[in-house]
Design a protein around this ligand. Structure first.
Ligand code: SF4
Length: 359
């Protein structure tokens, strides 16, 4: 076991046992904050510990890092990071500053098995699950960088389906929220899912008030099946039943796709799903580069759709599409970097990718 790969409450006894016969017991109280709370880039930086202990920690539990392989900064302040993993796989995070809020969108898997047709990550297929530390390290790398710091909000809306990697996400949620972790309030942490029904119950069973967002994208099972293959396994009726049992406020994410899900009757059907749950509907303009073959709904139609929902008594917000000048749709930066590496995108193109050495 590695203290970086477990919840803080499990890291404590692990480190206590490791310290026995080596150093006085109080050292554990100096080591624990260095995992997440006051992170260090390497044990060598933990100046409060004796040099021998730092070396022993480095030998037994080296600080795991994600290598920043590329990043893009949008004119609107959105920053996208591509992280290289120890096995050379890669995932993305997106930092979205908005007033005092700094929301970090993080990944839970390399690629994704769910193949939603409008999603760049879905087109990659499934690579592997991220380990707990790899999920939490996306936040840790922000904390280590003075330019960014610990985000105020975290959303599991990056690459992968978080409930498909429940055990690692479960522990990562604890690290994000725990005072011995990053101490981010549960209401500021959102898990976004396509609706893996059995795992929804496990998230609901957690006592913390983590937020849930359902990637709905269509108000009928038939229509949703065309966009999201998961509908064949976990149908809309079952997902809605699970949400009723969730007993916390839910957000519906709804990507607006021209002539697919943006008609007035779609708004009426969506309102029928959202109203009994008191769900907030987030209308998301389809990112122009994110889904070949699909056209974003025009802004005027999105506004009319939102107005219709509100007239039907549903809270609806239209999200600004962030980072339009960078590859901010989920999975796009990784795709651009990989295509560049394969020679499909010229190295001097205008994608704006700041690529670090070695990728
Ligand atoms: S939208 Fe989410 S669940 Fe669907 S393919 Fe993309 S990453 Fe996977």
């Amino acid at each position: 076991m590695n203290p970086f790969n477990v919840a803080p409450a499990d890291a404590l006894p692990l480190l206590e046992t490791w310290l026995e016969g080596r150093e006085p017991a109080y050292r554990v109280r100096q080591i624990m904050p260095r995992l997440w709370n006051r992170p260090i880039a390497s044990w060598a930086d933990a100046g409060e510990l004796p040099a021998t202990l730092r070396e022993a920690l480095q030998a037994s539990f080296p600080v795991p890092r994600l290598r920043r392989a590329a990043h893009q900064v949008s004119a609107d302040g959105t920053v996208k990071f591509l992280w290289e993993l120890p096995d050379r796989g890669s995932v993305e995070s997106v930092l979205i500053p908005e007033g005092k809020r700094r929301t970090l969108c993080i990944s839970s898997q390399v690629g994704c098995a769910f193949g939603c047709v409008f999603c760049a990550t879905g087109r990659m297929g499934f690579g592997r699950n991220l380990e707990t530390w790899e999920i939490a390290a996306q936040v840790r790398e922000m904390a280590l960088d003075r330019a960014y710091g610990v985000p105020t909000n975290v959303v599991f809306m990056g690459m992968g389906e978080p409930l498909h990697n429940w055990e690692a996400v479960d522990r990562a949620l604890t690290i994000l929220n725990s005072p011995d972790g990053f101490g981010i309030g549960a209401r500021h942490i959102t898990v976004s899912t396509v609706g893996i029904v059995p795992k929804l119950a496990l998230l609901a069973a957690r006592p913390e008030q983590f937020r849930l967002a359902l990637s709905l994208h269509s108000p009928t099972s038939k229509q949703r099946r065309e966009l999201m293959p998961v509908e064949k396994k976990y149908g809309l009726d079952d997902v809605m039943r699970a949400l009723r049992e969730f007993a916390r406020r839910v957000t519906f994410e709804y990507v607006m796709i021209k002539d697919k899900n943006d008609r007035p009757e779609d708004a009426d059907r969506l309102a029928k799903l959202a109203k009994p749950l008191g769900a907030l509907v987030n209308l998301l303009p389809l990112h122009p580069g994110g889904a070949p073959g699909f056209t974003p709904t025009p802004p005027g139609t999105i506004r009319e759709f939102a107005a219709r929902l509100r007239a039907l008594g549903v809270s609806a917000t239209v999200r600004r599409s962030r980072g339009l000048d960078i590859d901010a749709a989920c999975g796009q930066l990784r795709t651009t970097v990989l295509e560049r590496a394969r020679g499909k995108v010229a190295a001097d193109d205008d994608t704006g990718v700041e690529q670090e050495a070695g990728v």
